[in-house]
Each structure stands twice: as structure tokens, then as C-alpha cells.
Design a protein around this ligand. Structure first.
Ligand SMILES: *Cc1c(COP(=O)(O)O)cnc(C)c1O
Length: 237
């Protein structure tokens, strides 16, 4: 690639092998559910990793990356754009209204719209249509961001009146637990999206993306299974 961000070749190869393995598991899960593997987008979650890891991810064949913090994501997006790497960036973590403008400059999709006020702030500052997902706290955990399942239809109606926001689907972060214990959470998100005629479902992380694909995920957000464990604190937003 270029001089300024040059990942080590063996690291690129490790990530490329991980990408192949994860894609194979996604394909297996899709086939078990009678779905097209191509209907599932793999988003590599690079939060806490340096820009070199993002560059390695691109060389390993990923075209979509996810970050959970605005400033961190913007910095990496700018670093990669500077060296000519084109990527689709997804914001997957909580967005504060005062960072909307900054976020819109870098992220193509915002997965974490968790209030009508935030959607209004996005619509006010957007110049073109912004694709968003509504974050749903399906399991009702008190510590989590997101609409409850019951609030989601009303929120969608209100957000649907905003001129510059286009709600493409729903997103959830499943509670910790075994991959099978989260299946009902993914299923409920899919049923909710079907009822609301929303096509996209962002669900599934390293520990549970296969179950998510079996239950209908169209985007999986995978970090550690591709890039290894995160050492920095705050890695699991
Ligand atoms: C960190 C994070 C992920 C990826 O987590 P892994 O377990 O490393 O795959 C996915 N979604 C969100 C919202 C995250 O914050």
C-alpha cells in the first residue's frame, strides 16, 4: 500500500485467514437457514486497534469497518482516506448529539440511533440522506442503550417523518451468555423488523454471529474473531 500505514505482511495473512474462516462460518450458518451467504455483510470491528490494523483488514479483503467511538473512528477514517483507502465505516456505539456533525463526516451508516432526539439531530445536520438503524434493547437490560421493543414502532413513526434520515433496519447488542441463550433475542429482533417492514438486521458479534445469521442477520459486527483480543480498557462497549 503506501509508506505511511504499512501493516506487517504476516499480520495481513493472519487476518486474511481469520476473514476466510469467519466467512466460511457465515456461509455455513446461512445455508443451514436456507439463506444466501451473500445476503450477510461482514463488518470488521476495529475499535481500540490502531489504523495499521484497519489497513491490514482492507488488504485482507474487508470493505466495511465498524467503530464504537466517534473521535477514534473519525481519526482512523481520515488516516486511511489520506493514503487512498476507500472504506464504508459504520458507527456501532452510542452517539451523543454534540458529536453528530463530526460523525456524519466519516460514517456511512449509524447503527446506534437510540432516541428520537438523536435522529432529529442527525436529520438537522445531514446534507444528504443518512442511513441509520434503530438500536433495540430487546432483552430490556437496564444498563443498555436502545429503544424497548414496545417503544420501537412509535419511534419509527416519528423518525419516519424526518427529511434526512432513512431508517434501514434494527440493531441489537445481545446480552452476555452462550450463543444459544441469545437466539431468542435475535429472533425477537427479526420478528420486530418484519412487522415494521425493515430490511436490515445488525446483530451478532464474535461469540454469536453464526446464531445471528441463522436468525436472519444481514450485518454481523465481528471484532476479536478477526483481529484478536482487545487489550485496551473500554473495548466492549
Ligand atoms: C465491540 C463490539 C462488537 C464486536 O465485538 P467482538 O466480540 O469483538 O466481536 C460488536 N458490536 C458492538 C456494538 C461492539 O461494541
Amino acid at each position: 500500500m503506501t509508506a505511511s500505514i504499512t501493516p506487517r505482511q504476516e499480520f495481513v495473512e493472519t487476518i486474511a485467514a481469520n476473514v476466510r474462516a469467519v466467512r466460511a462460518r457465515i456461509a455455513g450458518a446461512a445455508e443451514r437457514a436456507g439463506r444466501e451467504p451473500a445476503a450477510v455483510r461482514l463488518i470488521g470491528v476495529t475499535k481500540t486497534f490502531p489504523a495499521e490494523v484497519c489497513a491490514a483488514a482492507v488488504q485482507a479483503g474487508l470493505t466495511e469497518l465498524g467503530e464504537n467511538r466517534v473521535q477514534e473512528g473519525v481519526a482512523k477514517a481520515e488516516a486511511l482516506a489520506e493514503v487512498g483507502v476507500r472504506l464504508t465505516w459504520h458507527l456501532i456505539g452510542h452517539l451523543q448529539s454534540n458529536k453528530v456533525k463530526l460523525a456524519l463526516g466519516a460514517f456511512a451508516v449509524i447503527h446506534s440511533v437510540d432516541s428520537v432526539d438523536l435522529a432529529r439531530a442527525i436529520s438537522r445536520r445531514a446534507v444528504a440522506h443518512v442511513d441509520v438503524l434503530l438500536e433495540v434493547n430487546v432483552s430490556g437490560e437496564a444498563t443498555k442503550f436502545g429503544f424497548t421493543s414496545e417503544e420501537t414502532p412509535g419511534a419509527l413513526r416519528e423518525i419516519g417523518t424526518l427529511s434526512h434520515v432513512r431508517v434501514r433496519g434494527l440493531m441489537t447488542v445481545a446480552p452476555p451468555g452462550g450463543a444459544e441463550s441469545v437466539r431468542p433475542v435475535f429472533r425477537r429482533l427479526r420478528e420486530l423488523a418484519e412487522r415494521l417492514s425493515l430490511p436490515e438486521l445488525s446483530m451478532g458479534m464474535s461469540g454469536d454471529y453464526e446464531v445471528a445469521v441463522e436468525e436472519g442477520a444481514t450485518m454481523v459486527r465481528v471484532g476479536s474473531a478477526l483481529f484478536g483480543p482487545r487489550s485496551a480498557p473500554g473495548g466492549t462497549a
